[in-house]
Each structure stands twice: as structure tokens, then as C-alpha cells.
Design a binder for this molecule. Structure first.
Ligand code: FES
Ligand code: FE2
Length: 340
């Protein structure tokens, strides 16, 4: 058996992703707002197929399944303010109730059971967020999106053959910057990580400032020492804000890792900066794509795929404080996806 085959066997033993009740109560990004226009869009989250659609009054997320004969509603169309099933033309309103069954004689009552299963759905920061169960918390805060003087753009989604906690932990991992992103976000000669603590703030985690020398932190070729502050906002949402204390330039990033199905994550990100405001978005998108490609090959190689929450399972150093805090946080919240 080859290494690849045995790795695949390992992944088939993963618990069904939809079985995680904690993540089902959390907001997950399922699309970018601009991708949901006048036709329904299919998305996948926690092993569930979801259809997204919009009319004049809002954006809606339903289970991608028509209660009549189980056809995928995402194959249908939006008409007279409702979502129309492609099979027999049943039309559903924004609240999920069926408003029209074409095969019934005109004037007949639509059965009350004729409903689509609708999920909580919000649009914020140019992203579409869905919670499969009643959401336990508000949407994550990302103030830079509306902060005067800042420009925000979205990147991704990036497809990673990995579980979300590995993706988020990579984002929080300070000591990989000099190796995986050598020459850009760090250099091996400055690999030592300054002492820092991680604090619990309400339902989130926040690090002390951490200074990192970066030869080319955003593709402009401008070397500087950035002061990073990391935060974990939710089990699969994290952010950092890095500041150049000399110039006052700030660069922030929000990363959200959506579990689509076992072994697959879609990573959505927002990038904000208060400088170089005239530069085309493409420059910053391309730079982020490069960084993500560098991370992807490492993250997809990690075994076990599920983050070991037992702190005895891997080795931890002081420089891994964010990872340790994140693993404890997932453990406390009871996120099953992190168990080895
Ligand atoms: S399966 Fe949707 S209308 Fe029949
Ligand atoms: Fe990275």
C-alpha cells in the first residue's frame, strides 16, 4: 500500500462532518455576496447541500432539496420573487413556505407541509454567512471593513484538502512565517519568536503584540518589523492586525475556514489596509494567492488531518502559544472535528 493510499484510508475514518453540533450552530461563510445574483447557487457546508438565492427583499439559504420529490432546488430559477423547483415548478417564498404548485387546480390550498428547510442567513463584509442550526453567537466582528481610511477586499475561496482547524492553526502559527514564506513574511535568520501570552476575551482569544521582521510583507518589497496581534473569533474564524510602528501602516486579515465535507475546507479571507490605497486589488490578491499556495502544500500534508486536541499528542513550544490556546479553546467549546 502506498503512503497516499494509507493516508486516504485514514481520512475515510473521519467522523461525518455534519455530525458536529457545535459547528452547526456557528456562522459559516458559504459564498461571496457578488456570486449570488439572479440565479440560485449551490453551496456545501458541514456535509449539507445548501441553495442560496435572492429576491428584491433579501438573500435566503435553504436545504438544496425539494420536499416534493427531492430534486435539487439549485437547478431551478428565481421567478416572481420565489425559488422555483426545476422538476414540477413548485415555488417557494423567502420564508421557505411553498406559495404555488402549478399541477394543482387554480385556487386550491397549498399543503402547509410543503416547505423548504430554511437556514439562518446573513450578508456582511461582502460575504454570505449561514448557520445550519440556530446560531449561538453573532457574526464575527471585523471593524476594518467599515473603518474610514481602510480599503478592504476579499480573496478566495481557496480549496484545501484539509480540515478547518488545521487551516486556522496555520494562520495563527507565527513560527512558520520564516520557513514557509521565506523571503516574504520572514527570514530564517530572524526566526526567534518573542515572548507573548494569549488571553481569553469573552468568547474570543487575543494575543499580545508579537514583533516579526518581514522582508516583503505585502508584495511591495518594503522590509519592516510588523507588530502582529492575533485573535480567534470563532472555531473556524480568526484574524490578525499587523502594524508598522514606524509608519503607522496597518494591514488586517480575516480568515474563515468553512468545512464543506470531510477532508475539504473552503477558505475565504478579507484583506484590509490603510496605505497604498491606489494600488489595484489584483496586486494584493495575487500576493495572497502566492502565500496561500505556500501554506496549502504544508497544511494538506499534515497528519492526522484532525487537529489533536490532546496537548500530549504533539510537541508544543512557547512559540506555539497561539496553537495551544486554540486547541484548548476548541476543546472547551466541544468541537468534535478537532479530535484525533
Ligand atoms: S420535485 Fe420539486 S416540484 Fe417536484
Ligand atoms: Fe502561512
Amino acid at each position: 500500500m502506498s503512503i497516499t493510499e494509507s493516508a486516504r484510508d485514514e481520512s475515510t475514518r473521519l467522523k461525518p462532518i455534519a455530525a458536529d453540533p457545535v459547528l452547526a450552530q456557528r456562522w459559516m461563510v458559504v459564498a461571496r455576496s457578488e456570486d449570488v445574483t439572479d440565479a440560485p447557487v449551490r453551496a456545501e457546508v458541514l456535509g449539507e447541500a445548501v441553495v442560496l438565492w435572492r429576491n428584491e427583499t433579501g438573500l435566503y439559504a435553504f436545504r438544496d432539496l425539494c420536499i416534493h420529490r427531492g430534486a435539487a432546488l439549485s437547478l431551478g430559477r428565481v421567478e416572481t420573487g420565489g425559488l422555483v423547483c426545476p422538476y414540477h415548478g413548485w415555488r417557494y417564498g423567502g420564508d421557505g413556505s411553498c406559495t404555488h404548485i402549478p399541477a394543482q387546480p387554480a385556487g386550491s390550498k397549498v399543503p402547509t407541509k410543503a416547505r423548504a428547510l430554511s437556514y439562518a442567513c446573513r450578508e456582511r463584509y461582502g460575504l454570505v454567512w449561514v448557520a445550519l442550526e440556530t446560531p449561538e453567537t453573532d457574526l464575527p466582528e471585523y471593524p476594518e471593513a467599515s473603518q474610514p481610511g481602510f480599503h478592504t477586499l476579499s480573496v478566495g475561496p481557496y480549496v484545501l484538502n484539509a480540515e478547518p482547524p488545521r487551516v486556522i492553526e496555520n494562520f495563527l502559527d507565527v513560527s512558520h512565517l520564516m520557513w514557509v514564506h521565506e523571503g516574504l513574511l520572514g527570514v530564517p535568520d530572524y526566526a526567534e519568536i518573542p515572548e507573548h501570552q494569549v488571553h481569553r476575551v469573552g468568547n474570543t482569544l487575543k494575543s499580545d503584540p508579537i514583533d516579526i521582521f518581514q522582508p516583503d510583507p505585502d508584495g511591495r518589497g518594503k522590509a519592516l518589523t510588523n507588530r502582529y496581534v492575533y485573535e480567534v473569533l470563532a472555531p473556524t474564524t480568526a484574524r490578525f492586525r499587523k502594524t508598522d510602528p514606524d509608519s503607522g501602516e496597518v494591514f488586517s486579515m480575516l480568515l474563515h475556514a468553512t468545512p464543506t465535507r470531510a477532508g475539504e475546507t473552503l477558505a475565504y479571507a478579507l484583506l484590509s489596509r490603510n496605505y497604498d490605497l491606489d494600488a489595484p486589488d489584483e496586486t494584493y490578491v495575487a500576493f495572497q494567492n502566492t502565500l496561500m499556495a505556500q501554506d496549502k502544500r504544508i497544511i494538506e500534508s499534515q497528519r492526522p488531518e484532525n487537529l489533536p486536541l490532546d496537548l500530549q499528542a504533539e510537541l508544543h513550544l512557547k512559540s506555539d502559544r497561539l496553537a495551544i490556546a486554540y486547541r484548548r479553546y476548541l476543546n472547551e467549546l466541544g468541537v468534535e472535528r478537532g479530535t484525533a
